[in-house]
Design a protein around this ligand. Structure first.
Ligand code: ADP
Length: 543
């Protein structure tokens, strides 16, 4: 008969991250560039107290265990208080992406049945427009002081955040309950069909925070200052609000100004050491520092993920600015971290170029996530760095089902990610494509990411996207869509010649089109579906 362990069994509670931060690093700062326009300074202990008051206020508004609390907000300290005040009191924090189409926002809020909705002041007009299509929302709370309350509004019950906090005494103890209770809901972007809700538990969120914090993860220290550029409505800012509390480091929130100049100034002013975000955001920052001949004085490391990070971007950060890039892969269904690009001991003495090649991949599984690749018949493929197949994952923070959807998304106990990848013998995973973006040319698959990475290496290219264009013989052939750098000159022929020797000849794009802008999704990724639609009638010169 097995002998049971004789250790305390304390449920993993999200509130414990915050109480730990308040008790052990209570005086550490949380700085926010507010939507109101000014800078705001608070501390972990102040946030903990105000989160308790918020929990009291939510109860007073009639919120009960399991009720969903929606947010339409940028990165800021009040949003952090809502994260903890709601989840900590057994409510479910539901962050909504304000950049989605209004109809999608309404659909998501209704699907989650949000009972109350928190909103930043510059997003109030959006909610005023939508409110009649949100029958379940009983109250909207403006995340500001009384002086910002509008005189008139179409919202039947609009409350003031600071008034709610002020009315409470904070005499509240964080409850303890089943660690498998829902803590947050995040919706996938819904690029195909309606968005789907991923429901994270307290347990999955705390375990994810542990895994993200370790040196093989984000490697945060109490001495760091972390600025999540990734929005708090995009998979909980990749868990940074939780990791920062666990570590007890300083947090800086950028509000809604994410352009290169605003970010650079904030990085310098607050001496940011670590950041995280999607590649598009870094294009803006790198351009700004380059054009103005600037240098970072404190920035040491950034996590780039959400879309493939072009090798040229890694090089620019590392060689020109001495900022380490950690390439990461994840998704909403994983809350989100799956793999991170980190070297092994045996790589220590490799020449720089070989180390760089390894770090360009999406990386190794963090402990807690298991992965495999399978072929079209579901047969498991080898880890040889060559065989490419559908990437499947399982682990402590991988969804087992979607909210309000009966059909299981799992295949044989694994979650199919929709990504196509290779895994090498050292366990480094490399995404070749999203299965819907891969270019199927006469039975062979061409990775759009590979072709984009080459184009991004050309000095005249600001941004590049490769999509499948219809071809009468090959079915699909790659079409390169390019935004040139300001004042740069480059021709179609020069760009095509740039592929020579870098990839097999048959993979070279059939054509190039120059555009002034490439469309992006609400999470800042290249909107391939939109591009394919835009160029669906494009006639390739080879056809
Ligand atoms: P959406 O893109 O639909 O908003 P997610 O944010 O959950 O939803 O995106 C997850 C997807 O983003 C992954 O399945 C993968 O296709 C892509 N992705 C994330 N990180 C990377 C990366 N480092 N390289 C390539 N693709 C990535």
């Amino acid at each position: 008969m097995s002998l049971m362990g004789q250790m305390m069994n304390m449920p993993l509670m999200i509130s414990s991250l915050l109480t730990h931060a308040a008790r052990h690093n209570g005086d550490v700062e949380i700085v926010s560039k507010r939507v109101e326009g000014d800078m705001h300074h608070t501390t972990w202990s102040e946030v903990e107290l105000r989160s308790r008051k918020l929990a009291q206020a939510l109860a007073r508004l009639g919120c009960q265990a399991g009720d969903r609390v929606g947010t339409l907000a940028w990165n800021g300290y009040r949003h952090l208080e809502i994260y903890y005040g709601s989840s900590g009191s057994e409510l479910v924090c539901h962050t909504v992406n304000p950049r989605l189409f209004p109809q999608q926002i309404a659909w998501i809020i209704n699907d989650a049945q949000d009972k109350v909705l928190f909103v930043d002041i510059n997003l109030l007009p959006l909610v005023e427009k939508l409110i009649t299509s949100l029958p379940k929302v009983e109250a909207v709370i403006l995340m500001a002081g009384r002086e910002h309350m509008p005189r008139e509004t179409s919202i039947p019950k609009l409350l003031c955040y600071e008034d709610l906090i002020e009315a409470e005494d904070g005499q509240y103890s964080w409850p303890s309950f089943d660690e498998n209770t829902a803590a947050c809901i995040c919706y996938t972007s819904g690029t195909t069909g309606n968005p789907k809700g991923a429901v994270y538990s307290h347990r999955s969120t705390v375990l994810h925070a542990f895994a993200a914090a370790i040196p093989e993860g984000m490697c945060l220290h109490a001495t760091d200052t972390v600025l999540p550029v990734v929005p708090m409505f995009h998979v909980n800012a990749w868990g940074i609000p939780y990791v920062a509390a666990l570590i007890g480091c300083k947090l800086v929130f950028p509000g809604h100004h994410l352009d290169g100049a605003s970010l650079f100034n904030l990085f310098e002013q607050e001496q940011v050491t670590i950041s995280a975000g999607v590649p598009t955001i870094w294009l803006g920052l790198l351009n700004h520092v380059k054009q103005n001949n600037l240098k970072f004085s404190s920035f040491r490391s950034t996590i780039i993920g959400g879309a493939a990070c072009p090798p040229t971007m890694i090089r620019a950060f590392e060689n020109d600015y001495n900022v380490e890039v950690i390439h990461a892969w994840g998704m909403t269904e994983l809350s989100p971290i799956g793999t991170l690009g980190r070297l092994k001991a045996k790589h220590k003495d490799l020449p720089l170029v070989q180390k760089q090649k390894i770090l360009e991949k999406q990386g190794k599984s963090v402990y807690g996530i298991d992965m495999r690749i399978v072929d079209a018949e579901g047969q498991v493929l080898p880890w040889d760095g060559k065989a490419s197949g559908d990437l499947e994952v399982r682990g402590h923070w991988v969804i087992s089902s979607y909210f309000n959807v009966d059909k299981s998304p799992l295949h044989d106990g694994w979650f199919p990610t929709g990504d196509v990848a290779t895994i090498d013998s050292d366990g480094y995973m490399q995404i070749t494509d999203r299965s819907k973006d891969v270019i199927k040319s006469g039975g062979e698959w061409i990775s759009s990411i590979d072709l984009e990475n080459v184009a991004m290496g050309h000095p005249a290219v600001h941004e590049a996207a490769v999509i499948a264009a219809h071809h009468p013989k090959w079915d699909e052939r790659p079409l390169l869509v390019v935004v040139k750098k300001p004042d740069a000159q480059v021709t179609r022929e020069e760009l095509l010649a740039f592929y020579d020797g870098k990839i097999p000849k048959w993979q070279v794009p059939d054509d190039v089109v120059f555009v002034t802008e490439i469309p992006h999704t609400a999470t800042g990724k290249i909107y391939k579906l939109g591009l394919r639609e835009q160029f669906k009638d494009h006639t390739l010169p080879t056809s």
